[in-house]
Design a protein around this ligand. Structure first.
Ligand SMILES: [Fe+2]
Length: 318
């Protein structure tokens, strides 16, 4: 047995409007079922020889394994989501929810609407922390899959009928309301505190230019939109220009090899932004040269392609 069973986290007799009988059946049959399936699939995967087993067989088993593993993990989170009084959202949690949803009320309405939409169907609604952006999102996950990559779910409602039919029949709405009344916000807060300790994925580090100031394409865009005067210089290498089809709107191309020839054209008072194809070298080098000459120059991180990926305006390169 590779995966161990987790004891029931919430105390079923304390729940408000949800009977121990429902929780017992859910825990024993559905959670237990998922865990046993997971162990059976893992054992089967271990037994087979990946060198000789058809790829389609391995693929099917791995898909089933992911489904059973997610079902196991999400059921554990679900049972750990209840057992509180649902009302008193701790200040720290309320602040995080307000930051990312505008208000606790708005979060609640969205979370419940997503659950409502799964009534009569199946799936999960999760409140998930995304380390990349350091923010919380509500999400639906059907078939125990579709969890946000890198996301850490901290609250889950099970919308499979087996989660409510015994107590509520087909009345998913009454079940959702009962679930909300039973949320254990202290436990959610503990999971949130653990989740925010996860660092976002490492950012690109430009080791050659540790102190060179960069601007994101979003920052450049908002400067342009605000009507600020800004000198944008396309410093893509000359050899590249033969296959360049477009250029950032408002930018002029200047040969990065001949800075001396065009540096005199620049205004000394207005900020300068340089960019190259991807933002690794040439744009940085040029920005550094200009800074040494006393200009307020920065490079645009991600270069021409980041600008285009962000749907920044471009014109024909001539
Ligand atoms: Fe379930």
């Amino acid at each position: 047995m590779k995966y161990q069973i987790a004891p029931l986290y919430c105390r079923p007799w304390t729940l408000n409007g949800i009977t121990p009988r429902l929780i017992e059946s859910h825990y024993e049959n559905n959670y237990g079922g998922a865990l046993n399936r997971l162990n059976a699939i893992s054992a089967e995967l271990e037994r087979l020889d990946p060198a000789t087993t058809p790829a389609a067989v391995i693929n099917r088993l791995k898909r089933d394994e992911a489904t059973a593993l997610n079902s196991t993990l999400l059921h554990e989170l679900y049972f750990a989501s209840m057992g509180g009084d649902g009302r008193a959202v701790p200040e720290e949690m309320a602040e995080a929810i307000m930051r990312d949803f505008g208000s606790v009320q708005r979060w609640r309405q969205e979370f419940m609407a997503l659950a409502e939409a799964l009534g009569g169907g199946s799936g999960w609604v999760l409140l998930t922390y995304v380390p990349r952006d350091g923010r919380l999102v509500n999400q639906t996950a059907t078939d125990h899959n579709q969890n946000i990559s890198g996301g850490i779910p901290i609250l889950a409602i099970d919308m499979y009928e087996h989660a409510y039919h015994l107590d509520f029949g087909a009345n998913a709405t009454a079940y959702i309301a009962a679930f909300m009344r039973n949320i254990d916000w202290d436990a959610v807060r503990t999971r949130y505190r653990n989740a925010v300790k996860v660092e976002p994925p490492p950012k690109l580090v430009q080791k050659q230019w540790p102190d060179l100031p960069a601007m994101t394409v979003e920052e450049v865009k908002s400067m342009i939109d605000a009507g600020q005067t800004i000198q944008i210089i396309d410093t893509r290498p000359r050899h590249y220009t033969t296959r360049a089809q477009d250029i950032m709107e408002g930018a002029v191309w200047r040969d990065p090899e001949r800075v001396d020839e065009w540096i005199g054209e620049l205004s000394r008072t207005d900020p300068v932004v340089t960019f190259c194809v991807y933002g690794f070298h040439v744009g940085c080098e040029t920005a550094e040269t200009l800074r040494k000459a006393g200009f307020d120059a920065r490079y645009m991180a991600g270069g021409h392609y980041a600008w285009k990926a962000k749907k920044g305006a471009v014109k024909l390169f001539e």
